[in-house]
Design a protein around this ligand. Sequence first.
Ligand code: G6P
Length: 482
Amino acid sequence: MASTHGAEVLVASNRGPVSYEVREDGTLHARRGGGGLVSGLSAIGPDAGAVWVCAALSDADREAVRRSHGGRRLSVEATGGQHVRMLDIDATVFADAYNGIANSVLWFVHHMLYQTPLEPVFDAEFRRQWASYEAYNRAFAEALAEEAAPGAAVLVQDYHLTLVPGMLRELRPDVRIGHFSHTPWAPPEYFRMLPDDVAGQVLRGMLGADRLGFLTRRWADAFEACCAEFAGGLGGTRVGVHGLGADADFLRARAHRSDVAERMAALRDEIGPAADGSARKTIVRVDRTELSKNIVRGLLAYRQLLDDHPEWRERVVHVAFAYPSRQDLAVYRDYTAEVQRLADEINSGYGSPTWTPVVLHVKDDFARSLAAYRLADVALVNPIRDGMNLVAKEVPVVSDEGCVLVLSREAGAFAELGEDAIAVNPYDVIGTAQALHEALSVGPEERAERSKRLAAAATALPPAQWFLDQLHALTGESGAAG
Ligand code: G6P
């Protein structure tokens, strides 16, 4: 099956670097995706002829695949000239694999999100969805096997594709396979909730790789502990840690474009001045409305702050951006509604004609996110559990006057930023309120100093280097990191 003209470097992920929309006149319009992987892969340049294999996520994506002879190597300017092969997997199979297994089971396991008296329930419906997850992983493995040159390096991403390394290994023993987890990994006592055979399949699938990457030592250790307990160890698979950092050059340049300045002005209007004419302080958070992000407890902590420290009333505004995510899942829709409800409740209970305590926006707008980063006095990042959390790294890099970071000890970023942040237990609302008070009270000099150190730590491993380190470690070239 090996193609003589195959690619030397391949990336596989569920969500690709491009998505399509159908315009009113029937033409297709491509949009570039963001994120560390897109900027990381661009490091090897268009000449490397890398191929990115991803799934069609929408009807417009499927249409794009149909118009491009089966999705073979859509050549996309916006991705820096890389080739994209988009897989038109049967819509039902895709939905079972993505919503049913990846987002409702594996995501929940690794982020420890179940309310265990009632869930999970591994019944016949789960088994049906699991079969779809296998089929979806197989479609990726087969496409990669077809596209890879002899001895190519294949970098597989995330919990959607845990079975791919094992499947690809069988199809193409000659290729070098890496897998990277952008999420936490569950500790063995939680991971063992999965049915034994499924847990075994996931671990053996991953162990089909030559090398596995994680965002922090903590998640790598959890994975190794699961393997020790349920798979008889790692076999020959190597494990490495690559703490993806913020892309400082890109962020700083992007944050100083005129659209961001416009949004800063609009936000300042919404925030308004304090009674004495001075600027109000801002507590900023920017998240996808994701169950693990803990936005609801963040709002509860803010309300607690206003109760415990009424001196902050009228003098602070919580700027909360909660962008839509995975709205096919009812539990996500309910969570989004609860965020909105609680923000409204705080505003009607505490607000005044001159002060809106919570400025909540739910429509995704990257320029406005950067505007909020620049204005932030305090950044609140309090996830229940998070692979890394790049917002924690981005705000200190972008903020105009330095910010104080209130950071959950359960975020992967805590390993690198914890020393200069104010740590919180994400479940402790009173403790988080106290941390917000402390953060608002930090003086300008200490704040600038801390923020500088945070920005340095946050940018230690930019996306391009993060990607190259993994590639080199896999292929054994110089610069290898174990
Ligand atoms: C987060 C995680 C990634 C994951 C992504 C999927 O960003 O950190 O590990 O790949 O979510 O999100 P999606 O919107 O594609 O479901």
